[in-house]
Design a protein around this ligand. Sequence first.
Ligand SMILES: NC(=O)C1=CN([C@@H]2O[C@H](COP(=O)(O)OP(=O)(O)OC[C@H]3O[C@@H](n4cnc5c(N)ncnc54)[C@H](OP(=O)(O)O)[C@@H]3O)[C@@H](O)[C@H]2O)C=CC1
Ligand SMILES: CC(=O)[C@@H](O)[C@H](O)COP(=O)(O)O
Ligand SMILES: [Mn+2]
Length: 403
Amino acid sequence: MAGDEGARRARRVTILGSTGSIGVNTLDLIRFAREQGEATYEVEALTANSNVGLLAEQARRFRPRYVAVADPSKQAELEAALDGLEVEIGAGPEAIEEAAARDADWVMAAIVGAAGLRPTLRAAKRGATIALANKECLVCAGDILKAAIAAAGGELLPVDSEHNAIFQVFDFERPERVSRLILTASGGPFRCWSKAEMAAATPAQAVAHPNWSMGAKISVDSATMMNKGLELIEAAHIFPISSENIEIIVHPQSVIHSMVEYVDGSVLAQLGAPDMRTPIAYTLAWPERMQSPSARLDLADIARLDFEAPDPERFPALRLAREAVRRGGVFPAALNAANEIAVAAFLNGQLKFLDIAAITEQVLDRVGRRNGPAMLSTLEEAVAVDEEARRLAAEAVAARAAA
Ligand SMILES: NC(=O)C1=CN([C@@H]2O[C@H](COP(=O)(O)OP(=O)(O)OC[C@H]3O[C@@H](n4cnc5c(N)ncnc54)[C@H](OP(=O)(O)O)[C@@H]3O)[C@@H](O)[C@H]2O)C=CC1
Ligand SMILES: CC(=O)[C@@H](O)[C@H](O)COP(=O)(O)O
Ligand SMILES: [Mn+2]
């Protein structure tokens, strides 16, 4: 009811990665809620890596109590940009953790990559509600993060569109009634490209996602379909279901954001236009719902919904992720770290597109020959695997560049 919505108490929010695609969309919803006179959101902290210009603009508009930039060399520039504004300023990786530690009820984890793990864990340990966009955190340290959230009595709300869709239709009271999860994948910009064309793909072509506007790293992951591999591992952490019962299907329109099949054959889905403000709004207002300026679905205009099986030959990342989650232990963290290094090398022009999965496979093979823990249960263990896989991946990138 409108009255109840109006009476909702102000929620204090922190956005880790406020200058990225997810961060900007989250702030747009806060702006919209303020303009509608809806529930208010007080901003505790905003953070960035190095984009001081946008961070300062956001601080002037949303008036956080604290802002932090991970790159310490940007401190003076940030201080100058915020001159005259009443706000505490921090710089360096510890300052991002300090932002996460501050007293916000709701924290958007939207830093890209494993760099988001420590701050997200810090927020989890004090019982904050974690709106999780940063899927790499779950892939490299899912058991550790979930244990921290459970111990502190917090919540994990999935922001990733597929997981948010499943979260909306999954019967958590009776999980034994669920027989299968069906993750939808757009197929990315190279869905219809031959392997020879993919071999020559440029970074600009790889980041040109057909449906979603996102940061560069996740866009390349969509192009290799490693994004869906990471999402398979993410889903196996969030929902009480084995990865063997999670299917991936290509759905080029990105309208059905994922599905849950029940034991009687019923399939429940969440649909929507491809606009991240919808799943973000779901987590921002949770357990209520809020008005959102998100694009609306026009099914007559879309006219048709297509589905096809993914091609394992052109998209080997799917097999690598499935093997990593089946083997468990060090493998998901190594997969993630190797992929991060290979994607960065591709974006820098040091690596060919198809070499991203090849490097990742090479690192997994080398990691598989060593003895690692059967399960990662401390942050130190996860960080050690991450660092070792990054080192192996960097070596493999250098070897290819020299060849
Ligand atoms: N974009 C989307 O629609 C979706 C994204 N996700 C996930 O959400 C996460 C964020 O994605 P997206 O918003 O696209 O990414 P972007 O690259 O657009 O933004 C990343 C954010 O993280 C900050 N950042 C980068 N590196 C560091 C670091 N080392 N320390 C601290 N902050 C850092 C960036 O700061 P700066 O701007 O200064 O570089 C920026 O604020 C990813 O894990 C992605 O997989 C999931 C589903 C959809
Ligand atoms: C918006 C979102 O959740 C992305 O993870 C999206 O799913 C990427 O598209 P792909 O389906 O091409 O990986
Ligand atoms: Mn997704």
